[in-house]
Design a protein around this ligand. Structure first.
Ligand code: SF4
Ligand code: SF4
Length: 446
């Protein structure tokens, strides 16, 4: 696509990147077929190709109107269009630049209520000392909350296993606890720790690590997001130098963000090398476990859930281009795993999208739940806290993280030690296959 950038952005880092991306788009429109908002609304301006035009116009000097901003706001950043595009257009990076420019050059400010809502999300979700007590209060007053808000508060409180006692292992990985996950679904981190322990990896949750930066980044607070990113790098770096092998992620939205750290800080002389290294060392938990499948499965009992509908989050299948390892692990563990029709489509969660665009988010959620229910599963499983809570808000069927199923099939006493006080230790099973293999990381040592 021929592009003539306006003076305000020509020759800048963002300008050069946007121009290179725009030039790759050949207007073919293949991407419209897999865009959830285009499928719902049928408006070209709510398709990837239409949004690319809008961004191009603004970068060429056209006014950034409220209508331009609305069409960009309606984008889920699901990056389904990137998977579909035959020309390799990096839409996700382009829309980040487009949103930033539209925010800065808007011909009219956002309405006050919208600004306050975005501020509350930015500051409230990213601070555990604010979010954790808010969630506790939310649970207590859930019946009194308006329906739209009540669906965001999980009804069941899963107590964190305070008595979890695990072995020390020579092999260690850092784990991002997340900013909302510990309050909304602490059992996911517990399950991850237990499963990694079973394959001989100790998890470390580093002090001073907070939000991965995705919430601020997607709300166009780019400076705030970079502060989050740098704080995390500073907190993780000493552990990596001391031998931690990488960062394991159980929320695919955060994982996709960590894999962008290198790109986001590529021009920062103090952080570029470290950020690139962090991105390279970030692995989704399914990637960590894949080489251990036989070893791990030999330790598992029968899974409690026999048939599951697997909902792959967009941040896993499109953002990180990871497809297959979760299904392979669950299948090996004896679970009947099914993908629903339109499994490539977003469920409508998309970070803060379900709060900011509730009508579209609900329409996508209900469409997804209909497709998932058609499989007649015992449960729905996914890999991202946002998708899990969003889907759960529309169904009575249990919606879990898939790692909970694996952890649930581990012998509760653990193979060599008691996980919980008072439980009898179980005799280890004899594993005849090969032992754990190294995590695939060609770049070690640091
Ligand atoms: S599929 Fe790719 S090249 Fe075609 S219109 Fe969409 S973004 Fe442009
Ligand atoms: S990121 Fe998703 S919602 Fe946005 S344009 Fe691409 S396919 Fe459509």
């Amino acid at each position: 696509m021929e592009t003539h950038l306006a003076d305000f952005i020509r020759g800048t880092v963002d300008g050069n990147e946007a121009e290179a991306i725009l030039r790759r788009c050949v207007h073919c429109g293949f991407c419209t077929a897999t865009c959830p908002t285009y499928q719902l609304l049928g408006d070209e301006l709510d398709s990837p190709r239409g949004r690319i035009y809008l961004i191009k116009e603004v970068l060429e000097g056209a006014p950034a109107t409220a209508s331009t901003r609305l069409h960009l706001d309606r984008c889920l950043t699901c990056r389904n269009c990137e998977t579909t595009c035959p020309s390799g257009v990096e839409y996700g990076r382009l829309v980040d630049i487009g949103r930033r420019v539209v925010e800065e050059r808007a011909t009219e400010p956002r309405p006050l209520a919208e600004r306050l809502e975005r501020l509350a999300l930015r500051e409230g979700l990213t601070r555990r000392w604010l979010f954790d007590p808010a969630m506790k209060i939310g649970r207590k007053v859930r019946p009194l909350l308006p329906a739209a808000l009540a669906t965001k508060v999980p009804g069941t409180k899963h107590e964190k296993q305070k008595t979890l006692k695990l072995d020390r292992h020579a092999r260690k990985m850092l784990m991002l606890a997340g900013c909302v996950q510990p309050a909304m679904a602490p059992q996911i981190n517990d399950a991850t720790v237990r499963v990694l322990d079973a394959i001989g990896i100790e998890t470390i949750v580093a002090r001073k690590v907070g939000c991965c930066g995705a919430i601020r980044h997607h709300l166009s607070d780019h400076d705030g997001a970079l502060k989050d990113v740098k704080r995390n790098i500073d907190a993780w770096w000493p552990h990596l130098e001391a031998g931690a092998e990488g960062i394991v992620m159980n929320a695919s939205g955060c994982g996709a963000m960590l894999k962008e750290y290198g790109h986001l800080l590529r021009n920062d002389p103090d952080y570029a090398v470290k950020a690139e290294r962090i991105s390279a060392l970030t692995l989704d938990v399914s990637e960590v476990l894949a080489p251990f499948t036989d070893y791990l499965v030999a330790k598992l009992g029968a899974p409690s859930t026999r048939r599951v509908a697997w909902h792959p989050p967009c941040t896993l299948q499109h953002g990180q281009q990871i497809r297959g390892p979760v299904e392979a692990m669950l299948t090996a563990a004896g679970v009947d795993v099914k993908l629903c029709a339109e499994s490539h489509l977003c469920c409508g969660s998309a970070g803060t999208y379900s709060v900011l665009q509730p009508e579209l988010a609900t329409a996508l959620r209900d469409r997804k739940l209909t497709q998932l229910a058609a499989l007649q599963p015992d449960a729905i499983v996914s890999a991202n806290i946002g998708c899990i809570t969003h889907l759960q808000s529309g169904t009575q069927m249990p919606v879990l993280h898939w790692i909970e199923l694996i952890a649930g099939a581990l012998p509760r006493g653990g193979p060599r030690h008691g996980l919980f006080p008072g439980e009898a230790k179980q005799a280890p099973r004899v594993h005849k296959g090969p032992g754990p293999k190294p995590i695939p990381d060609p770049q070690r040592p640091l």
